[in-house]
Design a protein around this ligand. Structure first.
Ligand SMILES: Nc1ncnc2c1ncn2[C@@H]1O[C@H](COP(=O)(O)OP(=O)(O)OP(=O)(O)O)[C@@H](O)[C@H]1O
Ligand SMILES: [Mg+2]
Length: 756
């Protein structure tokens, strides 16, 4: 009458069972092509399946099959079309046996099967949520499980925002991909889902009379049929809602459906919460790792690390980045306090332990600088900072510290202090020397004048000679002090250091004696420097004499020159160095070497380790002053017992070197009758100059300063043949005076006279 496309039949039926139905269908040509599916609660499937196949049945779906399994079987059977799976052979001998078994066990099986299926689904679900740590994947699994457990056609889960006010994500099962795409979170307000979330109360609607907008948003036009909504919540927090639609095979969801799904949803919420916690802690662990990476990088870049001392056990823990600060690999890091302390310079150890003791006793944070001992025997400065960490009971438990490589900074700081100290001493010494110089000029000058006046046989002569000798010694000292204070009169020209060394060699050989070998290594093509050749001779001389004194038993003394470039990196480790081209002069000896305390005071005036009368301690001070005055640098490298090298760097001059022909003193007797204006602020020097000149026949007009000089010049007019003037004077200076005077008399002869 109306031929079906597919027949789904139970096996166990009164009067005519499934097999009989199929057999009879096959007898009717009209019906024989219609595919048949058995839908049965039979559990001994294998025999049943074999039998069914004999009868040409498409498939067997076990009751209560999941919606998916039923729909899949239907789809397959329809796709396959009219041809039976196999040619029907109804005379199967097993049929009767199966029927017999089936008929006896069917009542029990029918009852249990549904429960068993549900149980299986719940167990499977429980396993799934335990294994699933991705919160979103977990919610998708919950959808599928809830559908299976309750026999619903569709399941949707809505995930709430943190305020539990709006649905922010949906998960579903049983909806085709198109429907999933059009899923829109329903407005909670006014929908039963709001009650579900707010009051944690489930609801069941058997047949919604009108299609409610919220349900339509979810299911579109099929939003009819039964609905069940349950909260997805733990005891403390609601995460969302679970909605099931359309109970298959019944008009609505039963109370037991509701109970099971509610329990499942609660279980799911706990699973979801756990998954989120796990995800959170994973994220935190990753963030922690990132932070550790960053800290490690920062500490390594800053050459610092962290240490920890357990105050109970004295066990020491170092961060990986601390080891390089002590020249070690992380594997070599100390593990006990004793081995840690062995890495601290013995001189610094007492202070280190005392600081530790105080930190624990007085709960003070401390800062300390100490020398770390490197495996190669060198020491490197480490800056440390530490504080006590307490246990839960507030007792000191650990000492936490950071260590930082401050070697470079420390050296620069030292150099800086040294330079500052030298500057201050230089100012002082220079100032004193300047005054002394003036006085000594007067003493020497007047003594010499007296000597000139004395009879050759005068008994006063020996005493005067002594005065002159002592004054000359004092003047020599004063000159050295002036040099150190950079107040020596300097006549810099472009010179070739090689030429100076060459000219000095013979004299140096005599000075150092037979027991010391002298070697000089002159760099070819050495650049010229701008310096006062006499001063440079002084430098070489002082360095060589020091080298000699350091080698009482003989040795090797070498003088070396070279063109060098001091680059940025050199400038970085040597305070106040300007990068550029320099000429280096190195004086090395194989003598005693210089210890650390001596090294620190080396250039100080009057610092000497030599016995009284042997050294004045002005040698290196003079060298220092001259080098500085010439715009250069001096550094010392020394190893105890191995010798010392002093390196002097002078900036390269961009002029050709001048020859060093000495200026011969004039042999002509100095006599004259011209008029000379003498400008000098120091009365003793002015007076001496006046007497000297007048004795030589000159007429002298004295002036105490530039102001007076201008007055005298105006009054004496054209009589003045020469002006002798001091350079540095209170009021206008010598050069300023020169400018004024030569504007009035362009061809005026002027001589500068200066102690600087
Ligand atoms: N090449 C060197 N080797 C070892 N020690 C040195 C060397 N050069 C200098 N010193 C030390 O530095 C100190 C100061 O040297 P400096 O030249 O300033 O004075 P001095 O040599 O003692 O006396 P002066 O040079 O005035 O006669 C010396 O006493 C010595 O201890
Ligand atoms: Mg000396």
């Amino acid at each position: 009458h109306k031929r079906p496309a597919l027949i789904i039949a139970d096996i166990l039926m009164p009067l005519v069972d499934g097999y009989e139905l199929v057999r009879r269908m096959h007898e009717d040509p009209e019906l024989s092509a219609i595919p048949v599916i058995f839908y049965t609660a039979m559990y001994h499937e294998r025999e049943a399946r074999a039998l069914a196949q004999q009868y040409g049945v498409r498939s067997i779906v076990t009751k209560p099959g999941t919606p998916d399994s039923i729909l899949t079987a239907v789809g397959r059977a329809l796709e396959a079309g009219g041809e039976p799976a196999t040619s029907a052979d109804h005379k199967g001998s097993g049929r009767d046996r199966v029927q017999a078994i089936t008929s006896t066990s069917a009542p029990k099986v029918g009852v249990f099967a549904a429960g068993e299926q549900r149980l299986a689904a719940i167990v499977e679900f429980a396993q799934a949520i335990n294994a699933e740590h991705d919160p979103e994947a977990l919610l998708s699994k919950v959808c599928a499980a809830a559908r299976d457990v309750a026999f619903a056609q569709h399941a949707v889960i809505g995930l709430l925002d943190d305020q539990q006010a709006a649905t922010i994500a949906l998960f579903s099962s049983g909806l085709d991909s198109k429907a999933v795409e059009s899923l829109r979170p329903p407005d909670l307000k006014g929908s039963p889902l709001a009650v579900v979330v707010r009051e944690r109360r489930a609801f069941c609607i058997d047949q919604p009379r009108d299609r409610q907008p919220w349900a339509r948003q979810l299911f579109g036009d099929v939003a009819t049929g039964s609905l069940m909504g349950v909260p997805l919540a733990t005891a403390t927090r609601a995460y969302g809602w679970l909605l099931l639609r359309n109970k298959l095979g019944a008009d609505g969801f039963s109370n037991s459906d509701l109970a099971v799904v509610t329990a499942l949803a609660m279980q799911a919420a706990i699973g979801y919460e756990n998954a989120r916690l796990i995800e959170d802690s994973r994220r935190q662990a990753a963030a922690l790792r990132d932070a550790q990476d960053r800290t490690h990088f920062a500490m390594a870049a800053a050459h610092m690390g962290v240490w920890e001392i357990d105050l109970m056990t004295n066990v020491v823990t170092w961060s990986e980045t601390l080891a390089p600060v002590f020249g070690l690999t992380p594997a070599q890091a100390p593990t006990t306090l004793d081995s840690f302390l062995r890495l601290v310079h013995p001189d610094d150890r007492p202070s280190f332990t005392e600081h530790m003791r105080l930190a624990v006793a007085e709960q003070k944070e401390f800062t300390i600088e100490f020398r770390g001992l490197w495996p190669d025997g060198s020491h490197h400065w480490v800056g440390g900072r530490a504080r006590v960490a307490y246990d839960e009971e507030g007792r000191p438990a650990r000492l936490l510290g950071v260590g930082m490589d401050v070697h470079h900074e420390k050296l620069l700081e030292r150099q800086f202090h040294q330079a500052q100290k030298m500057e201050a001493i230089g100012q002082l010494a220079g100032g004193i020397a300047h005054d002394f110089n003036n006085m000594l000029t007067a003493v020497l000058g007047n003594a010499n004048l007296l000597l000139d006046d004395l009879e050759a046989e005068s008994p006063l002569r020996p005493d005067l000679d002594e005065i002159v000798k002592a004054a000359e010694r004092a003047a020599a000292l004063t000159r050295q002090l002036l040099a150190f204070g950079r107040k020596q009169v300097m006549q810099p020209i472009a010179v070739d250091l090689n030429a100076i060394v060459r000219d000095l060699t013979q004299m140096l050989r005599r000075v150092i004696g037979e027991h010391i070998e002298l070697a000089s290594v002159a760099a070819p093509g050495l650049s010229p420097v701008r310096a006062d050749p006499t001063q440079i001779e002084q430098v070489i001389m002082n360095l060589v004499v020091n080298g000699r004194d350091a080698m009482p038993a003989g040795g090797l003394l070498s003088i070396e020159t070279a063109n060098v470039t001091l680059d940025e990196s050199y400038a970085e480790s040597h305070i106040s160095v300007r990068p550029g081209s320099y000429v280096m002069l190195a004086v090395s000896d194989s003598g005693t070497g210089i210890d650390e305390p001596t090294k620190r005071r080396l250039f100080e005036p009057f610092f000497t380790t030599k016995e009284r009368g042997k050294g004045t301690g002005l040698g290196l001070a003079t060298v220092y002053g001259i080098v500085k005055q010439s715009g250069g640098y001096i550094w010392v490298y020394s190893e105890l017992g191995h010798g010392t090298t002093f390196k002097v760097y002078l900036p390269v001059a961009d002029e050709a070197p001048q020859s060093l022909a000495p200026v011969e003193p004039s042999a002509r007797a100095l006599r004259g009758s011209e008029t000379i204006l003498v400008v000098e602020d120091e009365p003793a020097v002015r007076q001496l100059t006046r007497v000297l000149l007048e004795r030589a026949g000159y007429r002298v007009i004295p002036a105490a300063n530039a102001h007076e000089a201008i007055e005298r010049f105006g009054a004496a007019g054209g009589e003045i043949d020469l002006v002798i003037t001091d350079v540095v004077m209170p009021g206008a200076s010598g050069p300023a005076l020169l400018k004024y005077l030569t504007e009035r008399r362009p061809n005026l002869k002027v001589l500068f006279m200066s102690g600087y």
